[in-house]
Design a protein around this ligand. Structure first.
Ligand code: FES
Length: 197
């Protein structure tokens, strides 16, 4: 088995077991899967865009949909969460998102088209575990300077509420933001850019 195969297998394994791993010493916040207005299972597996109704995603809450076999998070950030994003750049490895881990329209401080809604692929950029949503600033197990974000239980990588990776952790890059667009105020399409014209 070459490295690529091994990494793929590990990712599949971790995707199905992170809940168990994450239980060790960490109170994980449950992340409900949204029932998206999805295309057929076959179409989804082939990579078709997935439509999501945002009305059920309350401020401060996160939901997950599956796209191309990956978990995609939709986090509805509160005003306080958004205000906190600008206060810890010194802790981050790539605060301005210079490494292209997002489409051009998400290359901004909130890493989003509309700042309240953060959309990201929920897979750690180290070895593919699924990080845990840890929104509570100053959580005792994460340190007094923890601003709220996502914690990867596999090897301790940390990301803020815009998916920006902290310095001095194994993950080398910010979390990936997929292509997405708004079909209306409350309807999101994940996996497709806005059509020109
Ligand atoms: S897979 Fe996330 S820190 Fe290693």
């Amino acid at each position: 088995m070459d490295y690529a195969d091994e990494k793929l297998n590990r990712r599949k394994f971790l995707l199905t077991t992170t809940t168990i791993v994450g239980g060790a010493g960490v109170v994980a916040t449950a992340v409900p899967f949204l029932s998206s207005m999805a295309p057929s299972e076959a179409a989804k597996a082939a990579g078709a865009p997935v439509e999501v109704d945002l009305t059920g995603v309350e401020p401060g809450k996160i939901s997950t949909v599956e796209w191309r076999g990956k978990p995609v998070w939709i986090l509805h950030r509160t005003d306080a969460m958004l205000a906190a994003l600008g206060k810890h750049d010194a802790l981050l490895a790539d605060p301005a998102s210079k490494i292209q881990q997002q489409p051009p329209y998400a290359t901004n401080p909130a890493r989003a088209i509309r700042p309240p809604f953060f959309v990201a692929i929920g897979i750690c950029t180290h070895l593919g575990c699924v990080p845990v949503f840890r929104p509570e600033p100053g959580a005792p197990d994460l340190g007094a300077d923890w601003p709220g974000g996502f914690y990867c239980p596999c090897h301790g990588s940390k990301f803020d509420l815009a998916g920006r990776v902290f310095k001095n952790v194994p993950a080398p890059r910010n979390l990936e933001v997929p292509a997405y667009t708004y079909l209306s105020d409350n309807r999101l399409l994940i996996g497709a850019d806005k059509k020109a014209g």
